[in-house]
Design a binder for this molecule. Structure first.
Ligand SMILES: *Cc1c(COP(=O)(O)O)cnc(C)c1O
Length: 381
């Protein structure tokens, strides 16, 4: 058994990253300065999008993305129940109603057919999530959105670097939100980004991250600038710092190599578990371009929670992504979702388990996860 607990995810920060941060800390701009714009520009180049707005979390990114649409109060936004709570919370922050559509049994992404069934006269947007780093069925979702005059917003917090039919996530939906939390592919400590090709939405989001004010501190700096500014939208302080942006720039340069390393570990897991009757390994859909934020398996014939505990007893940091959003007490108290409406989400969430996957995993650690998985399943069968 391992002597130390192995987490399911871990950041990968090297000396180069650290030096980039230190350099900014020694400069005059530690927030509101040029590194943030540089990070946004490089992120645009990487994702092939027109505009990017850096913020201080993925949650902030989702919030300003939805806010920038200025949807009427009470509008319905169709989303997946099979996600981190921040996805659907961003709808509620903006006085809209989350409407859940069930997921597909192969990719665990929102099912376009179920989305179409949920559309009413109040529906204004679709908010999809690229589960585990695999892009949703974006062509189908785009068609539904276009046919029904809906905005298409993508929670790409699992999917930085992912591709759908050869196009980078971030260049496809009207708005795409990303997270740079340490368990994600690249990190700035806390941090996020929204990408769009729409200049108007971009300008609104820049204001929304800065209280809804039309000029940031850089624009009010220097002899020719005025002190005056106007607040025209109800924004928040979602600004990130220049030293985090410097970390982001440095990490972004390593993203492709990170995804490559993750894919290698995934291959080893797939090879080890192929043919095991208890385990279903992850399915890759026709869009391809999986970025492998998470490696999840489905177990059949053994009880997931018992398997989870046995793995944890061996110091393997397995996890569960996710308990469906409608099962959280806030959602139970304030909404009346019926779990019977989401049979696929119910089945998947009861059988899924996340195995550790991060770039710094050693060969030994990968072997330990594989061997522990086999042992635990043998003990439970
Ligand atoms: C991580 C994550 C978020 C939130 O990102 P933070 O940076 O932690 O605020 C939102 N949605 C999904 C699907 C996530 O995985």
């Amino acid at each position: 058994m391992r002597s130390e607990f192995l987490p399911y995810g871990l950041h990968d920060i090297d000396e180069e990253d650290i030096n980039a941060v230190v350099e900014v800390l020694k400069s005059d701009w530690i927030t509101g300065g040029p590194k943030i714009e540089e990070f946004e520009k490089k992120f645009c180049e990487y994702t092939c999008c027109g505009y990017a707005v850096a913020v201080n979390s993925g949650t902030a990114a989702l919030d300003i993305a939805v806010a920038s649409l200025e949807l009427p109060q009470g509008s319905e936004v169709i989303t997946t129940p099979y996600t981190f709570v921040a996805t659907s919370n961003s709808i509620i922050y903006n006085n809209c109603r989350p409407v859940f559509a069930d997921i597909k049994p192969d990719t665990f992404n929102i099912d376009p057919k179920k989305v179409a069934e949920k559309i009413t006269g109040d529906t204004k947007a679709i908010l999809c999530v690229d589960f585990a780093g695999q892009p949703c069925d974006l062509d189908e979702l785009r068609k539904i959105a276009s046919d029904n005059s809906l905005h298409l917003v993508e929670d790409g917090c699992h999917a930085v670097g992912a591709e759908y039919k050869g196009k980078k996530v971030g260049s496809i939906s009207d708005l795409t939100a990303f997270s740079f939390h340490p368990v994600k592919h690249i990190t700035t400590g806390e941090g996020g980004m929204v990408t769009t090709d729409d200049k108007k939405l971009y300008e609104k989001m820049r204001m929304l991250r800065n209280h809804g004010i039309n000029k940031d501190s850089k624009e009010r700096f220097g002899p020719k600038s005025s002190w005056a500014y106007d607040m025209s939208l109800l924004g928040r302080n979602y600004r990130t710092t220049d030293f985090q942006a410097a970390l982001g720039i440095s990490q972004l340069a390593k993203l492709d190599a990170f995804i490559e390393k993750r894919s290698r570990i995934v291959e080893r897991y797939n090879n080890a578990f192929r043919g095991n009757p208890v385990i279903t390994t992850p399915q890759v859909g026709e869009g391809g371009g999986h970025a492998w934020h998470l490696y999840t398996i489905l177990v059949s014939g053994v009880e997931r929670n018992e398997f989870f505990q046995k793995m944890r007893d061996k110091n393997i940091g397995v996890n569960v992504h996710y308990n469906p959003v409608y099962k959280h007490s806030y959602y139970k108290k304030n909404f009346s979702f019926n779990k019977g409406d989401y049979p696929v989400t119910e089945d998947v969430s009861s059988r899924i388990i996340t195995l550790p996957l991060f770039t710094k995993m050693t060969n030994k650690e990968i072997e330990e996860v594989i061997n522990s998985t086999d042992e635990c399943i043998d003990e439970l069968r």
